[in-house]
Ligand binder design. Sequence first.
Ligand SMILES: [Fe+2]
Ligand SMILES: [Fe+2]
Length: 301
Amino acid sequence: MAAPEDMQLVGRVLLDPTRPLPARFRALFTLRNLGGPEAVELIGQGFSDESALLKHELAYCLGQMRDRTALPVLIAVLKDRTQEPMVRHEAGEALGAIGDPEVLDLLKEYSEDPVIEVAETCQLAVRRIEWLQQNPDAPDNIPYLSVDPAPPAEESDIPALRATLLDDNCPLFERYRAMFALRNIGGKEAVLALTEGLQCGGALFRHEIGYVLGQMQHESAVSGLSAALERFDENPMVRHECAEALGSIAQEECLKALQAHVKDDEQVVRESCEVALDMYAYENSGDFQYADGLKQVQECP
Ligand SMILES: [Fe+2]
Ligand SMILES: [Fe+2]
C-alpha cells in the first residue's frame, strides 16, 4: 500500500496541466492500480481539465475500479452538458460498470439524452445492470480483466456471432454481447469479423470495436484500424480508439500510422497518438510494464 504522501505526489502529476499528457496518463494508471477512496478522490478532481481524452480516461478508470465512492462524481459528469460527449459517455459507461441499481432511474432518464452516444451508452448500462440482477452468479469476463458494458453471448459459432454483430437491425446490447463473445473466442477469424464492424453501426458501436481490437492485440486488425484512423470524416471518438488499439498492437506499421497523426487536426486524435506512442516506448523499454507503479511517475519529467 502506498504511503499517503506518495499518493498525493502521484495525484499532483495527474492534475498538473503543465505536465506532458503521457506522464499524466501514467499517474492516472498508477492511481487506478493503487485504488481506494483517496485515489478516487484525486481522479475525480481532474474533470475540469481541458483534455477530453484525459477526462474520458478518468471516467473509464473510475468505472474499472468499481468503487461506489466514485458514484457522485460520475453522476455529476454524466449530467453536465458542458462536458464533451465522449466524456459523458464514459461516465455513463462507468456507472454501468460499477453496476449499482441505485443509478438505474438516472440511467433510464439519460437513455433519452439528445447526444446519441450518451443515450446509447445509458441504454446499454441499464440493460447490463438489469442483466446482472437476473444473472447474479455470472462469471467475469475471463480471459480479459476489463469490466465490459455487456456480458459475452453464450453462442460460440463465429459466423453466427458475426451475423449478429454486423446486423444494424439487431438491438445494440445483443450486438455488444456478440462482440465480447468474439473477443473471448479470439483468433484470426474472430478478429476479421470484428474488424468488419469498424464499417457499420453507429459511432458508439464502432468505437467499442476499436477498444476490443486493442485488447486482442492481433496483427490481422492492423489494416482495418489504420483505415479507420485515416477516415477524417469518422467520429473522433472512433478514430481515438483505433489509434490506441494500434498503439497496443505496436507493430512497425502501427507506429507509422500513429506518427502520421500526431499532428492531426482533432485534439483527441492527436493526443491519443501521443499517448499511444509513449505506451509503445514504455512497453518496449524492457524493465517494467506500463502503468505499473509509483516508480515511473516519480521518474517522469
Ligand atoms: Fe468508450
Ligand atoms: Fe476511449
